[in-house]
Design a protein around this ligand. Sequence first.
Ligand code: FAD
Length: 468
Amino acid sequence: MSTRALPAHPRITDDPEVCQAYAADVSGLSRTPEAVARPESEQEVSDILRLCSDRGMGVTPQGLRSSTTGASVPARGIALSLERMNRVLEIDPERQIAVAEPGVVTAEFKRRVGEAGLFFPPDPTSEEECTLGGNVACNASGSRTYRYGPTRDYVRALRVVMADGTAIDVRRIGANKNAAGYFGFQNPIDLWIGSEGTLGVVTQVELDLRPHPPGSFGALAFFSDWRQAIRFVMAADASRRRGELEPRCLEFFDRHALEIIRPEAGGLRIADGAGAAIFFEEEVAPEDAAGAMERWHRAIEAAGGLADETVIAQSQAEQSELRRLRHAVPSRMNERGASAVEKGGRRVSTDFAVPLVNLPVVMEDAYRIMEELFDGFTVAYGHVGNGHPHFNLLAEDRWVLEQAEVAARQMARRAIALGGTLAAEHGIGKLKVPFYRELYPDWLYSGMRALKQTLDPKGILSPGNLFP
Ligand SMILES: Cc1cc2nc3c(=O)[nH]c(=O)nc-3n(C[C@H](O)[C@H](O)[C@H](O)COP(=O)(O)OP(=O)(O)OC[C@H]3O[C@@H](n4cnc5c(N)ncnc54)[C@H](O)[C@@H]3O)c2cc1C
């Protein structure tokens, strides 16, 4: 406990039960904050930051704490929850934009814009349990990133409260030509997207929307093993480039992921003998759906898959069922990881991604690394259309945790060597800080530290995220 007096503000409480409730995220890390602030307006965020800045007190913004990397765990100081700033302020069908507060739950936002005939493509699997502010702070992705890109592509403007309490407006520069200096700084809005709460608190987001697709269907196609499934993904992507198939996502389930969803599948039949599956969706008008499904059937057959066993979801309800199953895999793994925390274990999840052309080789390497270095339960699933599978290693106790971390690092190193990244959507948080240092040459790393020092000279924002 700090000996400093807590800032006095009606939205700040140090009630131990409340503090405990904001201590942890999904990563398995936790630390009880000195106090919890739950502002209801930008002015209150500003006042609270000013008070904390005067005291040099750490402030960790929080959405719904679905971070898997410890990013929303308050390493020191207070937790600043944005959950009460949860209003959609404007939906403009004419300009196809919406303005919202940061605490709006992502799925709720999508439902609201859907009612206005519009579509917000980013779809993190956690969309029912995360916020727009958290999505911006992590540059969240989802299965539809394959077709539509990550959250960054939809952020037009932000309001941000800086470490000293000053509120600023940052707007994306719209010109499609720009030769004014260093590229990384030409559109400063990009600095906040993906900054994991280290450069300011997002208090308002203005987002680009798309017209609602004329219709869509989803499907789960089964394959004998993961290699066959990945060959299908490569073929489907090639077909997309030739204009023959139009997937908006290509998501992977390995054998163990299928085991996880089987008991939850209800009426949806998971093919016996399947060793892997690919979940895909296509946007198509109802009258063209039969033709599109026929094309997919032929593609699954050509890849050697169990084409006749494919589960097809046409109604909205059936499609939601398939997406629920997709969500069940990380969700159950998180639960199993959480129950290992007592013995010093947790779920270790990779978040690396490679250029799609290198997906088969990185998958081959990742499975080999897991087999050589890790003894526990593993599962692989995720956004393979983006070259972004998640390998999860369930470390039941602290001895196996070490093995799991070594294995996950080796996989990420391999991905980087293949032209990829260590963290494609979950960010660095606290868990990947040592690796972040390793990722960049000294000159680039010190440039990023200098930026942090300029915008947050007292180092109060999200201490422990990105930098030690
Ligand atoms: C089951 C499951 C599935 C997931 N699937 C995906 C997926 O498909 N794609 C994906 O991208 N992620 C996924 N995630 C990770 C997570 O949901 C995302 O990172 C999400 O964007 C976090 O949002 P949140 O509101 O929970 O933020 P939090 O976890 O509360 O915070 C995350 C980070 O954002 C910062 N932050 C939050 N709000 C603000 C704000 N207003 N201003 C400044 N900083 C802020 C925090 O300080 C922290 O650094 C998944 C997580 C789970 C548990």
